[in-house]
Ligand binder design. Structure first.
Ligand SMILES: Nc1ncnc2c1ncn2[C@@H]1O[C@H](COP(=O)(O)OP(=O)(O)O)[C@@H](O)[C@H]1O
Ligand SMILES: [Mg+2]
Length: 273
């Protein structure tokens, strides 16, 4: 497969995120104790960068993504998008979760058009855009199908292009492929990479999979066990598309898996104490 170097649909160099000493605490609903999810996380995400976030379960990955999306506010520190504090959700950020979140009462064409209409487009404008994006992920001919008539992989494609069609600067993805089977997951990873190469958005992608993180990322960020901090940032210096069977890929796999294992052991030790 050949990838171009130019973003055919790309915009300017906007989409830079700065997290400065971000702190987020929750109250445990059962006993009222304070849970520190993030304790001073500092991380810069470059415009048009594909950054993956890896870390043990409960280390605050989703918390960070929700703060970037504007769904949650930090208790301390700063989160800036193009130099401006993030206060609330906005059309400059598209969010894709594991569970698709399509509208079950709309067919997939209508699902993709929904956000475009919200943006103020009329039917004549939104319809061809939705068709074009569905075609990009092989769903031409399925426009009138409803979400329940599609496989998990197809639904996740719709969820992805529904967000891409709105053309946000930033794509925030929280374990988006965790619920699909292994074969479909690989295809979705390839498709996401192809779409990203065309649009060159800033992507923050949370995953449990070391392979997925290496396959997709410009930089893999490994987080510590809760409270979440950045443990290591590993730039992946491999040409795309990447061969996950190569020696170089294997070296990254081994190094990153070791970093994660140390943190995962801390979670088990804390649970056993
Ligand atoms: N709404 C909430 N109320 C209480 N605790 C929460 C809430 N959301 C997350 N947490 C806690 O904060 C920590 C980080 O959660 P999360 O960001 O979901 O982790 P991850 O996505 O890395 O698995 C966990 O201990 C989790 O239980
Ligand atoms: Mg999570």
């Amino acid at each position: 497969m050949e990838y171009g170097t130019e973003g055919a649909l790309g915009r300017g160099a906007a989409g830079r995120i700065e997290c400065r000493s971000v702190r987020k605490t929750y109250r445990d609903a059962a006993d009222g104790t304070e849970i520190v999810a993030l304790d001073g996380l500092t991380l810069d995400i470059e415009a048009r960068e594909f950054l993956t976030l890896l870390g043990p379960s409960g280390c605050g990955k989703s918390t960070l993504l929700n703060i970037l999306a504007g769904f949650e506010r930090p208790d301390g520190g700063k989160v800036l998008l193009n130099g401006v504090p993030i206060q609330r959700p906005g059309p400059d950020r598209g969010v894709v979760f594991q569970d698709y979140a399509l509208f079950p009462w709309l067919n997939i064409q209508q699902n993709v058009e929904y956000g475009l209409r919200e943006k103020g487009m009329n039917k004549a404008e939104s319809s061809p855009i939705a068709r074009r994006f569905l075609a990009m992920v092989g769903l031409s001919g399925f426009e009138r199908r409803f979400p329940h008539e599609l496989s998990g992989g197809m639904r996740q494609r719709v969820a992805l292009v529904r967000v891409l069609a709105i053309d946000p600067e930033i794509l925030l993805m929280d374990e988006p492929f965790a619920a699909v089977d292994a074969q479909t997951r690989i295809i979705l990873q390839e498709e996401l990479q192809r779409l990203w190469m065309q649009t060159l958005k800033t992507v923050v992608f949370v995953t449990h999979s070391v392979d997925e993180a290496i396959y997709l990322a410009d930089r893999v960020t490994v987080m510590t066990a809760r409270p979440g901090l950045v443990k290591a940032i590993v730039p992946i210096d491999l040409p795309r598309p990447r061969d996950s069977t190569s020696d170089a890929f294997n070296r990254y796999r081994r190094d990153i898996a070791q970093l994660i294992e140390v943190e995962s052991r801390k979670v088990f030790a804390a649970a056993a104490a």
